[in-house]
Design a binder for this molecule. Structure first.
Ligand code: CMC
Length: 434
């Protein structure tokens, strides 16, 4: 079977043969190179055909081997491993290694990797002054985004992105310091002194330490909550070419340091249509208030007044596998924290929506943000911290996408085209004739 596409231009009657590229999964990984369409012209003056794809709904912006989603079947894999297996058997740092290096680490590789991350958790003391400049009510995500961007100024080698050892250092630093920045932002909002990292704790355990340590000499995280946070980090670590990963790649494509690229990816994550949805879900569940108000609320969403937050996804047209894991994990967390009453509203909202023709016909299912916020709230996180909790593990995914792009022989600066719909050239109008 020839791996080509024949296109006939009905304007000219000419036919063109375009190659078809294939990924690992023919069903999800076939594409034609858009540049091949440029040859399709009505005459020599013609610029040639472009593809038009607002929101990139059907455009492969890159080749990638980091993560894979089969949206129809509700499948997510990192480097080929199903998300359920990783969540059940691995720690976040193992998964981070897998995402960044392509393979699960051996015991010695994991120990070296853990050691490297642990040794980079401290922040330069000047960062405290920087964070101290924010108002007490500054949104923690705004603090995290600007602080991570500023962090690059502390490392002159950060811009030397084609130097392998410098690049590796920045990957350690960003993976290690994101929880520290996040915890400092949280404590600044709460008016608390900053708590230093404790290198004897796990990645998630140390994060809990930096958030919640008070006067005790050594903070001891609750093992159930530590594990739950670790699983939440695994579930959020990467998700192929979403809005923030695309921002990471687009900004990274002009070759700045990775700190500003991570800051821009985090900014893209913050909006309510992406990682800010977990915050919006909590506000929505609180607004609904009780189970009896759900049908009226759903009717308003169906009439187009607003969207049901935590529902629907560009790629998943089935239950988001991450939401399934969180739905099952919630009771374990509530056993320690006490039940978050919003879970009853969430489950009933899900039940009603999944039986409703509007949601069924549009294949709108709960996504990861639907249950994550309820768990975060039970663990003691204020709602404004939710997108920050998403950004910490996703930093690993952004870095893997960035690194993959830098090493890709097809790499070029991101510079899309447009279909110009404005005026053609016209004569300048002097002020007195406008
Ligand atoms: N509530 C009600 N209707 C919806 C919703 C929703 N949450 N999501 C989509 N629809 C409707 C939409 O109105 C449209 O209907 P119609 O065909 O009648 O015009 C249809 O479903 C298709 O929607 P779309 O806007 O074309 O879908 P999209 O792929 O452009 O948007 C989305 C995907 C995630 C932005 C959208 O589903 C949404 O706004 N969901 C709520 C926000 C949310 O939960 N975001 C978190 C995403 S998961 C975390 C992450 O990875 O970022």
């Amino acid at each position: 079977m020839p791996e080509t596409l024949t296109i006939t231009d009905n304007r000219t009657g000419k036919t063109y043969e375009v190659p078809i590229m294939k990924g690992t999964y023919p069903k999800y990984g076939s594409a034609i190179p858009a540049i091949a369409l440029r040859d399709i012209k009505v005459d020599d003056e013609d610029f040639g055909l472009l593809t038009y794809d607002p929101g990139f709904t059907n455009t492969a912006s890159c080749k990638s081997s980091v993560s894979f989603i089969d949206g129809e079947r509700g499948i997510l894999r990192y480097r080929g491993y199903p998300i359920q297996d990783l969540a059940a058997n691995s720690t976040f740092l193992e998964v981070a290694y897998l995402i960044l290096h392509g393979e699960l680490p051996s015991e010695s590789q994991l120990s070296e990797w853990t050691n490297n991350i642990t040794n980079h958790t401290m922040l330069h003391e000047n960062m405290k002054k920087f964070l101290g400049g924010f108002h007490h009510d500054a949104h923690p995500m705004g603090m995290v985004i600007s602080t991570v961007a500023a962090l690059g100024t502390f490392y002159p080698g950060a811009r030397d992105i084609y130097n392998e050892s410098d690049r590796r250092e920045q990957i350690y630093r960003l993976t290690a310091k994101m929880p520290t920045i996040a915890a400092y932002a949280f404590r600044h909002s709460a008016g608390l002194h900053f708590a230093y990292p404790d290198n004897n704790l796990s990645y998630a355990g140390n994060f809990l330490n930096m958030l919640f340590k008070m006067t005790e000499l050594n903070y001891k995280p609750d093992p159930v909550l530590e594990h739950a946070l670790d699983v939440l980090f695994i579930l959020h670590a990467d998700h192929e070419q979403n809005c923030s990963a695309s921002a990471m790649r687009a900004v990274g494509s002009s070759l700045p340091d990775p700190y500003v690229s991570v800051a821009s990816a985090a900014a893209a994550l913050w909006g309510p249509l992406h990682g800010g949805a977990n915050e919006a879900v909590l506000r929505m569940l609180r607004e609904i208030g009780s189970v009896d108000k759900i049908p009226a609320y759903i009717d308003r969403a169906k009439s187009g007044e607003f969207r049901l937050m935590g529902f629907g996804h560009r790629v998943y047209k089935n239950y988001d596998p991450r939401a399934k894991i969180l739905r099952e994990m919630a009771p374990q967390v509530f056993e320690i924290t006490g039940k978050n009453p919003l879970i009853d509203i969430a489950k009933e909202l899900e039940r009603i929506a999944l039986e409703d023709e509007y949601f069924v016909s549009r294949k709108l299912y709960p996504n990861v943000d639907f249950y994550s916020g309820i768990i975060y709230e039970a663990m003691g996180f204020p709602v404004a911290m939710f997108p920050v909790l998403f950004a910490i593990p996703r930093t690993v995914g952004w870095l893997a996408q960035w690194q993959e792009q830098l090493d890709d022989p097809d790499f070029r600066i991101a510079r899309p085209r447009q279909v110009y719909t404005g005026e053609d050239e016209r004569s300048y109008k002097p002020m007195n004739s406008r």
